[in-house]
Design a protein around this ligand. Structure first.
Ligand SMILES: NC(=O)c1ccc[n+]([C@@H]2O[C@H](COP(=O)([O-])OP(=O)(O)OC[C@H]3O[C@@H](n4cnc5c(N)ncnc54)[C@H](OP(=O)(O)O)[C@@H]3O)[C@@H](O)[C@H]2O)c1
Length: 382
């Protein structure tokens, strides 16, 4: 569903501006509102989870921010390539898609779960963007996308596995997986397996996973427990840090294991896989329920997160570096990042994952458990 439109010079993710605040008092509002957010009563999990995420983002952001080099040189390699970005209708994914359009990719496939939001993104990106509706939480939707993609895109040079959620209401995917784990980890793996033939068909095929520093926050004991029920089929609650940390830790280990499998097979040995940590980025990913915006979430997204986090354009840089830097080949399967306030480029920096959790045996167990979850639905895994 391509849409032609002019390419905006400096596209930003859409932001809501309050019509109720007089210009003279806007300067006082951010600190005041930040204080309110910190001390507001912990009335419910719905309000606590995003606040906890923000505080955490703030601390982690300072720890990980470093100024990287310019991306300009390596982005040359995107020219003429076919790029697929999942979760590309907003936030980091949209910024990645736009950067690839600017770098003269032959085609940028903008994938997401909502036809309306995908159409809107394609209209902003212009004629080299093409929209594809695929719900990463549904194997039926992934199956139908893979069937279309096999015909429409025989070669995919870079797959950005970016779609993700952090804080959905407690629910399960059609296959019975807890939504965060089913989308971020199992759906991501299943979609990637389906697209492998086209990625292998590219002589420079790359797979870039949008991970998170939250992967490093996963408690080893909680992780071991998660391995017994990797899809969260038996979970009775969806708590933001718990399933999100686990989904990103599992995804990061799976990426490394996938790289090893591909490297060990001569026909796919050229494909590179990397995880990227975008840092703390001002997007709507921590919204409890995007369909029901609240005043608190308006504040988090439009005031507090803009003070603490970097823009989606800066958050996209580690992903773009993973897609283009020749340095990736020195550390295949590793995690790189992160973005900081002075981030303006692509220096490849290894993200140090905790050795207690990221062991070879945990990696192999995570890979096997994710594959077993896919096989349990009657589908094939790698
Ligand atoms: N923001 C941060 O600070 C941060 C930090 C570390 C990592 N990350 C990761 O970065 C990635 C992008 O998130 P973001 O921060 O850019 O937030 P975002 O703007 O909410 O982007 C998430 C994207 O994923 C899509 N998505 C969610 N569930 C999906 C599904 N079932 N099927 C297909 N697409 C789906 C969303 O589509 P809808 O618009 O339809 O919901 C949206 O386009 C995520 O994997 C997130 O975990 C973010």
């Amino acid at each position: 569903m391509p849409r032609s439109a002019h390419l905006p010079l400096a596209p930003q993710s859409p932001k809501v501006r309050s019509p109720f605040i007089a210009p003279w008092c806007r300067g006082f509002l951010p600190p005041l509102l930040l204080l309110c957010a910190c001390f507001a009563p912990l009335a419910s999990r719905a309000s606590f989870a995003p606040r906890a995420a923000l505080v955490h983002q703030c601390a982690s952001h300072r720890l990980i921010s470093r100024p990287p080099r310019s991306l300009a040189d390596t982005m040359e390699s995107i020219k003429g390539k076919v790029i697929l970005v999942t979760g590309a209708n907003s936030g980091i994914g949209f910024a990645v898609a736009h950067a690839c359009i600017v770098a003269e990719a032959a085609r940028v496939i903008v994938a997401g779960r909502s036809a309306e939001r995908i159409d809107a993104a394609v209209a902003k990106l212009g004629p080299r963007a093409v929209g594809e509706v695929v719900d990463q939480a549904s194997f039926a939707s992934i199956d139908s996308f893979i069937a279309r993609a096999r015909k429409a895109y025989p070669v995919i040079d870079v797959l950005f596995d970016n779609a993700g959620i952090a804080n959905p209401p407690h629910a399960f995917t059609p296959e019975g997986f807890q939504t965060t784990l089913g989308t971020n980890t199992i759906g991501c793996a299943y979609l990637t397996y389906g697209l492998l033939p086209q990625i292998i068909a590219s002589p420079t095929g790359r797979i870039v996973i949008t991970s998170s520093w939250y992967a490093a926050e996963c408690e080893p004991r909680a992780f071991e427990a998660r391995l017994q029920d990797v899809g969260g089929r038996r979970d009775t609650d969806s708590s933001m840090p718990l399933q999100y940390n686990q989904s990103k830790a599992l995804q990061t280990m799976w990426a490394e294991a996938l790289q090893m499998k591909l490297r060990d097979t001569p026909s796919s040995a050229h494909v590179l896989v990397a995880s990227a940590n975008p840092g703390a980025v001002a997007t709507s990913v921590f919204d409890v329920d995007k369909t029901q915006p609240t005043c608190f979430m308006w504040f988090v997204r439009n005031v507090a997160s803009n003070l603490i986090c970097v823009s989606s354009e800066k958050g996209a840089m580690p992903l773009l570096a993973c897609a283009t830097s020749p340095e990736l080949a020195k550390n295949p399967g590793a995690m790189f990042g992160a973005a900081g306030p002075s981030n303006s480029g692509s220096k490849m920096q290894l993200f140090k994952l905790p050795k207690k959790l990221f062991t070879p045996s945990n990696r192999d167990a995570a890979f096997a458990a994710i594959n077993a979850a896919i096989v349990s639905t009657g589908r094939k895994a790698l």
